[in-house]
Write a protein that binds this ligand. Sequence first.
Ligand code: PLP
Length: 391
Amino acid sequence: MKQVYLDNNATTQAAPEVVEAMLPFFNNLYGNPSSAHAFGGQVQKRVDQAREIVASFFKAQPWDIVFTSCGTESDNTAIRSALRAQPEKRHIVTTRVEHPAILSLCQHLEKHEGCSVTYLAVDSQGRLDLDQLAESITDETAIVSIMWANNETGVVFPIPEIAEIVKSKGVIFHSDAVQAVGKVPIDLSQAPVDMLSLSGHKLHAPKGIGVLYIRKGTKFSPFMIGGHQERGRRAGTENVPYIIGLGKAFELASAHLDEENTRVKGLRDRLQEGLLKAIPRCYVNGLETERLPNTLSISFEFIEGESILLKMSALGIAASSGSACTSGSLEPSHVLRSMGVPFTCAHGTVRFSLSYFTTDEDVDFVLEHLPKIVARLREISPYWDAEMAQG
Ligand code: PLP
């Protein structure tokens, strides 16, 4: 069966060059980087090289890069660190459209650890009101955490501008850049971001490796306590093969960023235009604002996103829905709800996310089949019938 993988915001395929770079570190180069002997020393050197590659991608300093296990760990570490390092401050500012790695933690901190949280609203295009952001920061605010780009809609927030506002108030600023890395330029020599999270498996490195960038001078209190790895900011023996793989993935991302994003964006735009043209009553979420070049969140009125996914899956097409499927429910996602997407659209939302490996044929295949799938589902939709009867 044909395999068309358009769910790259969920995870990406590890690039073959990444896997190849990792392999020697499972057998020949197995030393512990902390060991004083040559087995350790040569591995330590390679870990440091990977750290330099990651840092240079963001125009950051190598020792501002701390390797973690995933984006969720990086996000949790940033917020908890800000609270621990400033025990007198118990207020957090974030947005309503963050990933659960931030939102669920904030809800937990409110419920169980005496924190208060301001959740900034977005408009119908997924945009933030920056005046509201400025007004929400108080003397009690320990940290402001705002994502660089949204995982569902691809909407990109103006992080350099946001960081300036937050820093002008003297507050720690963290950005979850898990979806933005490798898709839009990020220059940490220009944006005063104190901490930034990323995750390897979103940019063709394996699952199980992440980074927390911590700008030198940022108040920091570690979560993992133990050995001196990562200069005491994240104890535990380094996940060497994965760190090497991440370094290779960043090398590839640097080489491909401009060219690939033009090509990937071209494919995404062709998919978007093709669907808008072929299917009545469908709408792109966040259409009027800057979006990640690989992401298309599109709502088909009066049908269920889950049914579309099942029908596409039967043909070998993988995408994801705009439902809160992680909770086992079919409730529309918090992101679409926050944008005020009407119930009849939010339920019929599909997210396509493309990558370096997406081809013209993949897009053609979706354009050939999805209009027929939507038409068939609408034929059996009582809501569609009622709408058509009303004219
Ligand atoms: N933040 C965002 C915006 C994400 O999209 C994801 C994963 O989808 C995460 C955080 C969590 O990353 P990880 O899967 O590496 O824990």
